[in-house]
Design a protein around this ligand. Sequence first.
Ligand code: NAD
Ligand code: MG
Length: 393
Amino acid sequence: MSHQLPRSLAVLGATGSIGCSTLDVVARNPERFRVVALTANADVAGLLKQIQQFQPQYAALADRDAAQRLATEVKQLGLKTEVLAGAEALVDIVRLDAVDTVMAAIVGAAGLPSALAAAEAGKVLLLANKESLVVAGQLLMDTVAASGATLLPIDSEHNAVFQCWPQGGAAKQSVKRILLTASGGPFREWSLEEMQQATPAQAVAHPNWSMGAKISVDSATMMNKGLEVIEACWLFDCAHTQVDVVVHPKSIVHSLVEYIDGSVLAELGHPDMRTPIAHALAWPERIDSGVGLFDLTTAGALEFFPPDEQRFPCLRLAREASALGGAAPAALNAANEIAVELFLNEQVGFTNIAELVEQVLNAKAWGSEAHDSLAALMAVDEEARALARQLAA
Ligand code: NAD
Ligand code: MG
């Protein structure tokens, strides 16, 4: 895939936190990007505003009723954007010849079919949707290798590791380990008893990053870091035992790579997703992201602590799923998505999230379930979701 300018961009999950940050970077670099398509789930007003600003050729909403309403509004405003409807439209959009770069920023396993389609079509795939690598790591990486697609990580930790990864002639064998930093989330210093009473509002109030509700809860349980350990294994072709986690409350060091000679490379900066987004959008070049100067003298002390797997069992569960392999990470992810949804709807407590995930993970030999096709993985995803709902009822 060429990196000719301007790049033709499809932003999936455009109205979300990553989608909006992406469009902010794009708007700062209008000569480099042409927005060909914008998609979301059901946010008519949010997408309409973006359509007016970026005038894409296509827009799509996964929710068909919402797409109908959007189409009416687009027509009334005399805009030329063609509005498509349904989950298949997202897949159709990433396959368009007119699209060379796809920002995959849908939340959850719902983002897998379109991310996989972008990989199949050999696009430049900017992957924020970590769940697709958790659910379908082998399939997605094999697809990227077969098509020659370019996969660039948006997740700040993985983008940091990518930037610190051996360049040129240095072999991967020169890496001793990857060290992912974790903020520890809003409950870093809470006891298990206190966490039992935690409300959705408290869980989504992340100390450093402004993010969507699902990933904010994942950060509070530290399942986010568990998912990121699995994500790192696929992106950098290593075992989960080579990926360590360190709690770093300020989120200034975004992750590190330790080499066999003792060198430790880190990427630092403001906790602002526009940095990894701009890095991936322009790679291998660099562009302005809108992020201000980083002043080390006012950053304060950088502290690091070991993670506490007693209070945050999701980290252990993700490692277990990774070790089990096969479809186990897909089951873990599906159970977590349901548990988080139930927690956000106040149907289960905060500490029930990890309990539910553990119960689903132990309910079946997921490791030996088929995981070599999208259909097989979606079947596991559905089964694990149903099981989680049943166990929570
Ligand atoms: P968000 O909830 O703010 O936005 C999600 C976007 O996806 C919205 O545009 C929504 O309309 C769309 N969407 C939701 N469900 C959909 C469906 N079923 N079909 C089609 N579109 C759907 O989420 P976010 O915080 O921007 O996170 C997006 C992804 O990026 C997640 O996978 C998250 O883990 C990852 N990520 C986010 C951050 C962050 O700082 N927000 C950092 C690293 C990684
Ligand atoms: Mg992250």
